[in-house]
Design a protein around this ligand. Sequence first.
Ligand code: PLP
Length: 405
Amino acid sequence: MQRIYMDANATTPLLPAVFEAMRPFWIEHFGNASSIHQQGQYARAAVDQARESIATMLHCRSSEIVFTSGGTESDNFALFGLLSAPRPAGAEIPHLITSNIEHHAVLHAAQHLEAQGIEVTYLDPTAQGLITPQALQAAIRPNTKLVSIMLANNETGVIQPIAELAAIAKATGALFHTDAVQGAGKLLMDLSPKGALKDVDLLSISGHKMYAPKGTGILFVRRSVRLAPIFHGGTHERQRRAGTENVAGIVALGKAAELAQQWLTEDNPNDGRTHLTQLRDRLEQGILAQVEECGVNGAGAPRTSNTSNLYFDHVEAEALVIALDLKGLSISGGSACQSGATEPSHVLTSMGLSPARARASIRISLSRLTTEAEIDAALALIPPAVARLRDLSPTYKKSDTLAVA
Ligand code: PLP
């Protein structure tokens, strides 16, 4: 059976061109980028070139890129690097503002800081999944030191008004971090002094959400920002992140950044006209036309071109994910990091969905490799699978009976 992969927000396939770029660095060019001999210098040059490619994608200085092991480390580095320093007795307690729709890499880090005595405010989204500038403005305090709001949500794809939010933080003297893991490779990002993200101070990216391997990522740290390292050891990454560089992974990330920039400038998804958006809309419209009592979570808000979060009332998402898996279609119920958990998605419930509707929600996330034929195949699989599960659902039968009565 030819499988269809529609879970790109969990991880993207590794692109062959990315794999080919990194391949020589596993066996042939295995040098340590800190060694002074030729093999070391070859690795160093490759790391430097990758840093340039990522800086080009982000419109920032290459010295502002710190290589990490992925999104989780980058998010933890931003929050702990700024807020976990010991405070002298009597010093003001710093305040962090984040949101209830963040990935656990931010949410759990914030909760950990809270347990250490930092003041934390968790903003709720609107029903569409948006964190509004008004909500942020109202939460700002004189001691607000950091605001951390994600660029695009991993479950719904909803894109946050980061430029406006970051401007509010800047005006009050707070720093602004954005978890851009689900924006990288999907949205153009401009951190230059005149760019839309000019007020963003810290930005996290993960390689395996943009067609590079798992275990790679970066944190952008604006030149003016001083972060305390969370890893202690060697002087790597200008003393910001100790540990021998993952040269092959970094080369792959650099190549993925080059390819992302190429796609984004050829086919700009910021205006919603991409091929991927067309595929996503065709899938959504096809499902909505064929299935009753279903809808799109986050509809109406700006969303990344590849993501669709749908609820099917009277259906357990987990059962639907398994039924479709057996037919060869890979999708996800809520975020992958929570799979196995029976709790409804914290993102969907904070948007005001009932726990039942949140549990009835699935996430379909397309990749750059998704084809029209795959969309049609998914459209042939999803409505009948929903119908079969509803046939077994006591609530669906009950409402049918009521309708007849
Ligand atoms: N932030 C967001 C929005 C994510 O979607 C993910 C992964 O799903 C992460 C952070 C964590 O990234 P990583 O898997 O590279 O640790």
